[in-house]
Each structure stands twice: as structure tokens, then as C-alpha cells.
Ligand binder design. Structure first.
Ligand SMILES: [Zn+2]
Ligand SMILES: [Zn+2]
Length: 225
């Protein structure tokens, strides 16, 4: 069993607290007793390398991810086998960013970090806007880079069911992110992650997936074929 939190934002997401550095996130995840975490910043993998290093230091398994905002204004979590694959997706979505730049005073700063809490710079693209690609196109891109997509917080704002009103037949998802007590669409695996934007929100040792300590096995249970 792997106790997990597969939806965490770092200080690269403008809406996250600035102390959500890779080092702090991983130290907190270890304190909470988690086995595996995923970093899922909005439309970017810019802090994945740093977070992977910090996770290794803390003895955590690390699943590289991001939270994509599709043109339908639906959030999709994307998970990859390794940081290299995630960064290919990062490069592929850059041309799909909104034209406007981030306004740090309004949306928040977007800090690129190393694994030792040193700021490397700021991302100036607007990371929280919708990408110029829909759910089907983004899922296809993620699959192309060997990853898997999981609809995020499906019953909340920017969630698949909340926005569309139903589970689409295509693309097919195996897992969905829900909160405890929420309805689970038939035939889907529920994933309960925190969507943490501050350190205290990172999950406790509450939810586990029945897989060995292996990223390939984790991706497979989340729907990778
Ligand atoms: Zn979201
Ligand atoms: Zn999120």
C-alpha cells in the first residue's frame, strides 16, 4: 500500500503560498507519513526537478505531474513516468499559453526554485489561464509522452462533472479525483488528494493505493495502458 497525496502546488503556482517550496513540501510530506507525492503546478513542470531531488532526500517516492487547464476550463491532472517526459509536455503546452503575462501583484508570484530553497527566478507566463487545447487534445498529448490524465476535483469549480455535467465517454478516464463522501462515477477509481496550496493542507496518512513502491505500477492503477 502506498499512502499518497497526488495533488500539491508549489510556489510556482501563483495561487500557492510562497513557503510551498520543494524542500518544505517534501519535509512536510515526510512528517505526515506519506509514501508518495505528486507535484502538480498549473500548466508547468518548472519545479519538478527540484521537487524530485527534495523527495529523494526525504525518502519519498515522487510522481512528476502537472494540473492542466483545458479550453473547456476543466482541470486535468497529468502524471508521468519521469521528469524528462513531464518536461516534454511542458514544452509542448508553452505555445498554448494565454497571450497575456502573469500579473504578480494580482495573481501572485510564480517562483522557480532549486531543491535547497534558493529561488532561481520567476516565470512570467500566465500559468493559471486555460490552454488553447481541449480535454481530448490534452489527454492525447499526455498519452503521447507516456503519461496518464486524471480529472481533478470533479465535483468542484473547474471539475469535469461540475463544468460538463457528466462523465464524457471519450476520452476515457480510469481514476477521478474526489473528496471523501462525494459520489464516485461508476467504474472509476477514486483518488483523494489535497490540492494543497499551503503546507498545512498536505494530506495526512489517510488514503492509500494498493500498489508496490513503483511509479510504473502507480501509473497503471491510475489508468495507463
Ligand atoms: Zn484545480
Ligand atoms: Zn490544483
Amino acid at each position: 500500500m502506498l499512502y499518497y497525496d497526488l495533488h500539491i502546488h508549489s510556489c510556482l503556482s501563483p495561487c500557492a503560498q510562497e513557503d510551498m517550496t520543494p524542500a518544505n513540501i517534501c519535509a512536510m510530506a515526510r512528517l505526515k507519513g506519506l509514501d508518495v507525492i505528486a507535484l502538480t503546478d498549473h500548466n508547468t513542470g518548472g519545479n519538478l526537478t527540484a521537487c524530485e531531488e527534495a523527495a529523494r532526500r526525504e525518502g519519498l517516492l515522487f510522481l512528476p505531474g502537472m494540473e492542466l487547464c483545458a479550453s473547456e476550463e476543466v482541470h486535468l491532472l497529468a502524471y508521468f513516468l519521469d521528469v524528462g517526459s513531464a518536461m516534454k509536455m511542458d514544452a509542448a503546452i508553452r505555445p498554448l499559453y494565454p497571450a497575456e503575462k502573469n500579473r504578480p501583484d494580482y495573481f501572485g508570484r510564480q517562483l522557480l526554485m532549486d531543491s535547497q530553497d534558493q529561488a532561481l527566478g520567476e516565470e512570467d507566463a500566465l500559468l493559471i489561464g486555460a490552454l488553447a487545447a481541449d480535454i481530448t487534445q490534452l489527454s492525447g498529448m499526455v498519452h503521447h509522452f507516456g503519461g496518464v490524465t486524471v480529472p481533478a476535483h470533479i465535483h468542484r469549480g473547474y471539475g469535469l462533472i461540475q463544468v460538463l455535467g457528466f462523465m464524457p465517454a471519450s476520452p476515457r478516464f480510469r481514476a477521478v479525483e474526489v473528496s471523501p463522501g462525494q459520489e464516485i462515477p461508476q467504474g472509476h477509481l477514486p483518488v483523494y488528494s489535497s490540492d494543497a496550496h499551503q503546507l498545512g493542507m498536505i494530506s495526512e496518512r489517510d488514503h492509500a493505493l494498493p500498489v508496490p513502491r513503483d511509479i510504473t505500477a502507480l501509473l497503471r492503477i491510475l489508468g495507463k495502458e
